[in-house]
Structures are given as C-alpha cells and as structure tokens.
Design a protein around this ligand. Structure first.
Ligand SMILES: [Zn+2]
Length: 321
C-alpha cells in the first residue's frame, strides 16, 4: 500500500515544483505607451521596462503569436514559460514610445489594427505608412473596421464591418490578417460564429487567463497589462479547462446576480469566485460543485465571472441583451 502511494506523491511534488516555477503560457495585451493622459489604458515606459526585465530575469521566453498558434494547431505541448505580447488599437504612442523598447529587447509582438481610425487619420493613431514600418518588426492582426460594440450590431452590419475592414487591410497593408481580436473584448456566440467565416487562424478575447495544449484557438485568453497591471499574478494563472458554468448561464434579466454555480474538478476542495467590480470570494468545493450565493445589483452591462481552483482560472463574460 505504502509503496503504491509513493510514486504518485513524488509525481505530485514534481509537478507542484514545476508549477511553482511557471504556470501555462500567457498572452498579454497593451494599449498606449507613455501616455499619461489615459491612465486606464496606458503603460508607462518604466513599467514596460520593468515587465520586460522581469521576463528576462525569470526565464520567460517571449515568442511570436504565430509560434503559439502553430503549436496549438499541431496539438503540441505548450511550454509554460512562453509569453506572447499583443498591442490593441494601433495608437501612435506604440510607434513613438513602445516600439523602440520592443526593438531594444528584441521582443516580437502583434499589433491589432483598428482601420477606420487610421483611414480617417484620427490624431492618436498610426498612419498606414507607420503600420507598414511596424510590420518589419512584428506582425499585424485585425481589430475591426469601426471598433464598434459588435455584439449590438445586426448580422448584416457585422458582415459589412468585416468586409470593409479586411479589404482596406489588404489594400493598404498588403496582407490578409491571420488573427482577430474583438473590439472592447466583447463577444457572444453569434459574433464568434460570424468571425470564423472570415478565415482567421485564431481569435483572441480579453479575459484574464492562460493558454495550454487543448486551449480553444478561437477563444484565447489575454490579460491586460495596462493601468495597475498585476504581472506576477497574471503569470501565475493556469488555464482551467475542466469548468462548466451552471449559473448564471446568461446575464440576469432582473440585473441581480444571486448565484455562481459551476462544475469543477471533483478533487478540488476549495475555489475562489471572481466577479468584476466585486472582487474575489473564497468558496468550498463539494463533490465537484461550487455554489456561491450572493446578491449583487449589476450596474455594468457586461460582467466577468471567474472561477479559480489553485492557480487555474476560467473567466466567462455575460452581457445584458
Ligand atoms: Zn480596441
């Protein structure tokens, strides 16, 4: 009996040590750089350097989004020390402030382009010429034409936006983008389904989380490194794949969240429930079920509900109709 127990125990210790060093792979998203006018979407240049130095000193490998997506497509194991860096909205401050630091560290990146802003020469955004120059050092992905709240649009409007944006992308930047990120990170089943018709190889959201073998290529989690970013916390997150949300399943019609119920790994004894704007709440796991009772009046039209077991986290977004 005791001999049989020894091997699993050693294995557990081995994995516990490995996981203590690194969790799964992580994708991060930045917006503005060194632009203190917009603190909630800004990363100061000092913070950026600190984060890059942290990757460097702690053995993280910053890889191209292409490298991660290709490995996922082949069903390969994803190294736990992989980090992928993405930038949304092609703000001019990436070109002027961020890019020189990415170049200095030799870190690859993908910039997701909001095309209307560039086409109409909005002052905070890069020009097409700047995007072409940026593409010498990293890749360009697609972030819609109009950066609208796409889940509120009709199917017809969604298709129009995709067609207009992708055509402009091809004409001005000479490539067909392989990856798509939702404006504001907002999506539902319908938008996810329509976006697949445009042949993207991967689609990324903006839910905190991680990426590992078997992660859904069309729903990859990204954590935002903006404002008061918690880099070390984000790096500790593992992908929680064995979770099934039972309650809520949709945004509560009466705008009151009363329960978070989910099926998780039956071996777990405790978990933490996260509700955006209301923090983290420890809960017990009983026979693989967590059942958290609360009474929250929802003021945001969109809430994120997360479930964390150990360092494994899964976040789901619910939107008012
Ligand atoms: Zn955006």
């Amino acid at each position: 009996m005791s001999k049989q127990l020894k091997i699993p125990l050693l294995l557990i210790l081995y994995f516990a040590t490995t996981f203590w060093l690194y969790a799964d792979a992580h994708i991060f998203v930045y917006h503005r750089f060194g632009d203190s006018r917009h603190p909630s979407t800004n990363t100061s240049l000092q913070e950026l350097r600190n984060e890059f130095n942290y990757f460097k000193k702690n053995g993280y490998q910053v890889v191209k989004l292409e490298t991660l997506v290709d490995a996922l497509k082949k069903g390969e194991e994803i190294p736990d020390n992989w980090v992928v860096l993405t930038i949304d909205d092609n703000f001019k401050t990436f070109y002027t402030n961020g890019l020189p630091i990415f170049k200095e560290f030799g870190y690859p990146f993908t910039v997701f382009v909001y095309l209307e802003a560039t086409e109409k020469k909005y002052p905070d955004y890069t020009t097409f010429a700047q995007l072409r120059e940026i593409s010498k050092y990293g890749s360009l992905g697609y972030h819609s034409y109009g950066h609208a709240h796409m889940t509120t649009m009709s199917d017809e409007q969604i298709h129009q936006d995709f067609k207009k944006g992708l055509e402009l992308f091809k004409t001005e930047l000479g490539i067909t983008p392989k990856y798509f990120v939702y404006p504001y990170g907002e999506y539902d089943e319908n938008l996810a389904k329509i976006s697949k018709e445009y042949g993207f190889e991967a689609v990324l959201n903006q839910n905190m989380g991680a990426v590992t073998k078997g992660s859904d290529i069309f729903d990859l989690d990204r954590s935002a490194l903006v404002g008061n970013a918690k880099l070390k916390t984000y790096l500790d997150f593992d992908e929680l794949q064995e979770v099934e949300f039972l309650e809520p399943t949709i945004y509560p019609k009466d705008r009151r969240l009363t329960q978070v119920k989910a099926k998780v790994n039956p071996q777990a004894t405790k978990a933490v429930v996260y509700i955006s704007g209301h923090g983290w709440h420890p809960v017990k796991v009983k026979e693989g079920i967590i059942d958290y009772k609360t009474s929250i009046k929802l003021t945001d039209k969109r809430i994120r509900v997360g479930i964390m077991v150990g360092t494994k986290l899964k976040v789901k977004v619910f939107r008012a109709e």
